[in-house]
Write a protein that binds this ligand. Structure first.
Ligand SMILES: [Zn+2]
Length: 82
């Protein structure tokens, strides 16, 4: 039995989704719709995570900015400035 004949493990699917799976194992996906379906699902999960991670720091940054904005100004002179 060759490497390409074996179904991918969960670990291997994770590697594939990250583009790290060796080509010899990735070739199995061309022949096996079962593993391909699993792999695409895993990739979608990872893409979702990447998407969330990209936006999470920005949301935190916005919160910090808003906290700064809410600090009261020492005098009322600034209210006419905008
Ligand atoms: Zn398979």
């Amino acid at each position: 039995m060759t490497d390409t004949a074996m179904h991918l493990t969960t670990d291997e699917i994770e590697l594939w989704a990250q583009g790290l799976l060796p080509a010899a194992r990735a070739m199995h996906l061309a022949d096996c719709s079962l593993c391909l379906t699993e792999a695409e699902r895993e990739r979608n999960v990872i893409l979702e995570l990447v998407h969330l991670l990209k936006f999470a720091p920005k949301a935190g940054f916005a919160d910090r900015v808003m906290a700064q904005v809410r600090i009261p100004t020492p005098s009322g002179d600034w209210t006419d400035g905008r």
